[in-house]
Design a protein around this ligand. Structure first.
Ligand SMILES: Nc1ncnc2c1ncn2[C@@H]1O[C@H](COP(=O)(O)OP(=O)(O)OP(=O)(O)O)[C@@H](O)[C@H]1O
Ligand SMILES: [Mg+2]
Length: 493
């Protein structure tokens, strides 16, 4: 133990403006920043939240108002303090906060100047602002009591029993180099606002479904449910529980496009406007979505997993374990359950691929092609068995047609391969080994399969086959017949 009583010490307080500039670099987007402010409103028990903006070029303001518990003067000053709560302290189960930073970091990420006006029941509204220019000038952590157009905001909040207004009034990042009259700046801003809206409809979808009202410029935001609960053909896996049931994981396989109406299919594309972007884990912390469609570095996104979405529910007492970040946009499973999560996800992923496999097989039956192209063929020579590579296999015939001067050399190598296949060894292993032998390309990257399939498809279509016929031929060609799930994704460029 160190005896601190007699040690020399000196103050090393953070330099206010540099520290705030560092906050600004945490990496929030406007979407994640607003969501972080809404977290506070929900924690404060708000039933209604109003997001509003007033486009005025560089003078644009954006405000988030709630009818939650609000704060009195002392509480507000405390709330404006960076690090207002110790992240290690236990929080009530429904608290969406952790670091005591979100209000400040999210606001500073978007604005140089922002104000919080709050009213708790039986108190008058109180107002404090952070102004980075003032902090710079004074070189100290000092709030000011100022906001442009003060009366307007105060009047609004005084009409509530309690609530909180967060007003961002120098949105330098969003409105840099814009002018109020420029149509281009305005439509860019409006597009950003649209994206905020759809982000919120996703992040808070469960709260919205439970009755929370979030208004965006007076219009109610509707929820976006990644699992399209209630849609016909949705497959749900049984729930897996970890940590004595505190963590819940549930896999979903969404219906194939052919089972959805055009409207449902578009709905499934979600705020990221893509099924592929939306596959993966959906990690919720207290019903608030942190991660929306991400394989958490455990797998890659690939089109044939488009229908796979996995819901993970965490309470807020696993924040450290799951490495929840200040922005509430990252969660990483602790290594102790990586393996079980991978196993579980594989099961859901396989079930999702099965939908496409099934489709591929149905297509194969429907398009039944008379020609089958094996890769290897059995031949008899002087009363003995030999195995030859099928020269009519589309891959071979293409290679030969392009090989020019190399044709004889290639033919020779192929002949050597054929003449030296270790049949006795294979036969011996087959009878003595317990390990079954794998199917072609099993357990390795399938890019070669997918790329070759696409190339064949292009060639077939180029040489005059209809798209359907080209697919039928591929489904009848070894080893592609093992992978009917990729057929759906062949594109005719
Ligand atoms: N809209 C609000 N209504 C009532 N109190 C609020 C509101 N916003 C913030 N507060 C108070 O201010 C405190 C600080 O908020 P801040 O977002 O900075 O940190 P946090 O929510 O505690 O943690 P995190 O950094 O994880 O968001 C909150 O703990 C809460 O007490
Ligand atoms: Mg917060």
């Amino acid at each position: 133990m160190i005896d601190y009583s007699n040690l020399q010490s000196t103050s090393a307080e953070p330099e206010a403006s540099s520290m705030i500039e560092t906050f600004r670099a945490i990496g929030y987007s406007i979407e994640t920043a607003i969501a972080d402010i809404i977290d506070n409103s929900i924690t404060a028990g708000a039933k209604n939240i109003w997001i509003d903006y007033d486009w005025k070029g560089p003078k644009t303001t954006l405000s988030i108002l709630d009818d939650g518990n609000g704060m009195n003067n002392e509480q507000l000053i405390h709330a404006m303090r960076p690090g207002s709560k110790n992240p290690l302290v236990d929080r009530p189960a429904d608290d969406l906060g952790r670091f005591g930073l979100g209000l400040k970091t999210a606001s500073f990420s978007q604005s140089r100047k922002f104000t919080v006006i709050s009213k708790s029941i039986d108190y008058k509204a109180v107002l404090w602002s952070w102004d980075l220019d003032y902090v710079n000038k004074k070189k100290s952590w000092k709030l000011i009591r100022y906001v442009p157009d003060e009366e307007r905001w105060i009047k609004k909040i005084e009409s509530f029993n309690s609530g909180t207004y967060v007003i961002w009034w120098d949105l330098d990042r969003l409105t840099k180099d814009t002018s109020e009259d420029s149509e281009e700046s305005k439509s860019k801003f409006l597009r950003t606002m649209d994206s905020v809206k759809s982000h919120l409809s996703m992040v808070f979808h469960r709260y919205i479904d439970d009755g929370l009202k979030i208004f965006f410029r007076e219009r109610l935001i509707t929820s976006w449910d990644p699992f399209m609960f209630g849609v016909d053909g949705l497959q749900t896996k049984p729930e897996t529980r970890l940590e004595a049931g505190q963590i819940k994981i549930k896999g979903f396989v969404l219906p194939h496009r052919s089972k959805l109406t055009a409207e449902q299919y578009n709905y499934g594309k979600g705020p990221k406007d893509s099924w592929t972007a939306h596959q993966g884990f959906y990690v919720y912390r207290n019903r608030r979505l942190l991660v929306a469609g991400d394989w958490l570095d455990l797998f890659k996104k690939e089109v044939h997993y488009d229908l796979c979405r996995i819901q993970v529910d965490l309470p807020n007492n696993f924040d450290t374990d799951w490495q929840i970040d200040i922005k509430k946009s990252i969660a990483r499973p602790p290594s102790k359950y990586t393996e079980s999560i991978i196993a579980l996800a594989k099961e859901v992923r396989n079930q999702a691929v099965e939908v496409y496999r099934h489709k591929g097989k149905v297509l194969k039956r429907k398009l039944a092609s008379d020609e089958y192209f094996p890769f290897w063929e059995e031949r008899a020579r002087h009363g003995k068995r030999f195995y030859k590579i099928n020269r009519n296999h589309p891959l071979l015939s293409e290679l030969y047609s392009k090989s020019g001067d190399l044709k004889r050399d290639i033919e020779k190598v192929i002949q050597f391969i054929e003449e030296t296949i270790p049949i006795p060894l294979i036969t011996l292993q087959e009878s003595e080994n317990e390990k079954p032998h794998g199917q072609p390309f099993e357990g390795i990257d399938h890019n070669a399969i997918k790329e070759t399939m696409q190339k064949l498809f292009n060639n077939f279509v180029f040489s005059g086959f209809s798209k359907e016929k080209a697919k039928a031929r591929i489904l009848n060609t070894e080893p592609f017949n093992f992978y009917p799930e990729y057929i759906e994704f062949l594109t005719n460029e």
